[in-house]
Write a protein that binds this ligand. Structure first.
Ligand code: SF4
Ligand code: SF4
Ligand code: SF4
Length: 318
């Protein structure tokens, strides 16, 4: 296999997850990696020099925030027969996508002017044309919003997770020589389906919404204890990494295929809140939901850029 591995708006965790996986490291000796700037000193000219469609797989992690990332993604698409969105940022926009709640100017002001770590009197927002140590530089354009890869190019396979779990990566690595029909390297069933925690049969009910530090370490379903575990709305496949250490699922494997939008989970939470009453008046539901301190950060933690509410916000197509 001839591979290209690239990153965009990413924390680097996805690249580390590849190097952490024995199956991948062992298989690297069998493959030609022709471009992997995180691991070796490749330059964009090396990518451009590859012949179109001469690469078997392009594996890209991170979302698209800048014109440079968008340009590189389009080049990777040209050079590779198959393009893989690797990690939640690439698949859905991920954590960097939470910035889509704010416009470009607010983000730059927060980072370069208001952040407590800035030195007083040295708050400077970088300009597109800038001079550093006598060198004239043209910076990439900082787009007004973050996009998942498939808003820019065609994506053939999705490997979700923040980062993908080692079992998902192993399955993906094994399939390189024999790509499967399905496009998503995750279960079509919810994480609850495989959860080892005790669950009551039938509909779950939440009497009171709690926060993680208020929970006991036990073996009961976290959602039924009032912790907003998103396992019921999330594809399985991670092996329950968070719930096995008493932390609620936050949905990094993406919404279930049957859901229209990841925000559908809010309706589910509203419908199961209460003490098992058949009818709960709306003000009581709103009172209960007020306990959710950061609704966007909770329900859209990994998927805001690919959600419906993002499409309804101001035109940020750039
Ligand atoms: S998916 Fe998670 S680990 Fe991967 S780049 Fe995004 S934030 Fe980092
Ligand atoms: S809601 Fe969370 S804790 Fe409860 S069964 Fe589903 S995944 Fe497990
Ligand atoms: S439990 Fe949820 S948030 Fe944690 S790794 Fe699995 S899918 Fe991601």
């Amino acid at each position: 296999m001839r591979l290209v591995i690239n990153w965009a708006a990413s924390c680097g965790g996805c690249d580390v997850s590849l190097l952490d996986c024995r199956e991948v490291v062992m298989s690297l000796a069998e493959h030609d990696v022709l471009y992997w700037p995180v691991a070796l000193d490749f330059k964009q000219k090396d990518l451009k020099a590859l012949e179109d469609k001469s690469m078997d797989f392009g594996i890209v992690n991170g979302a698209i925030r800048t014109s440079e990332q968008e340009e590189e993604l389009k080049i990777v698409r040209e050079k590779c027969k198959v393009l893989v969105a690797y990690g939640s940022c690439a698949c859905f926009g991920g954590i960097p996508g939470l910035a889509n709640q704010f416009d470009r100017e607010s983000i730059l002001r927060r980072a370069y002017v208001e952040a407590q770590s800035n030195l007083e009197g040295q708050e400077v927002i970088p300009k597109p044309e800038t001079e550093i140590d006598g060198f004239q530089l043209t910076l990439p354009e900082f787009f007004d919003s973050v996009k998942p890869l498939d808003r820019v190019v065609k994506v053939d396979y999705y490997v979700p997770g923040c980062p993908p779990s080692s079992s998902t990566i192993e399955e993906f690595a094994r399939s390189l020589s024999n790509p499967p029909e399905r496009r998503f390297f995750a279960s079509d069933k919810s994480l609850c389906h495989d959860c080892p925690r005790n669950q009551t049969k039938g509909a779950k009910k939440i009497a009171k919404i709690n926060r993680p530090h208020e929970l006991k370490a036990d073996e009961e379903c976290l959602l039924e204890q009032g912790e907003l575990c998103m396992g019921f709305a999330t594809r399985g496949g991670c092996g329950g990494r968070c719930i096995s250490v008493n932390m609620p699922c936050r949905g990094c494997y993406g919404k279930l295929p049957a859901m229209v939008d990841v925000g559908d989970a809010i309706s589910t939470i509203a419908s199961i809140t209460g003490n098992g009453e058949d009818y709960i008046p709306a003000p009581k539901i709103f009172d209960a939901l007020n306990a959710v301190k950061d609704p966007v950060g909770l329900f859209y933690q990994f998927s805001l850029p690919s959600s419906l509410i993002n499409s309804f916000s101001a035109d940020r197509s750039k």
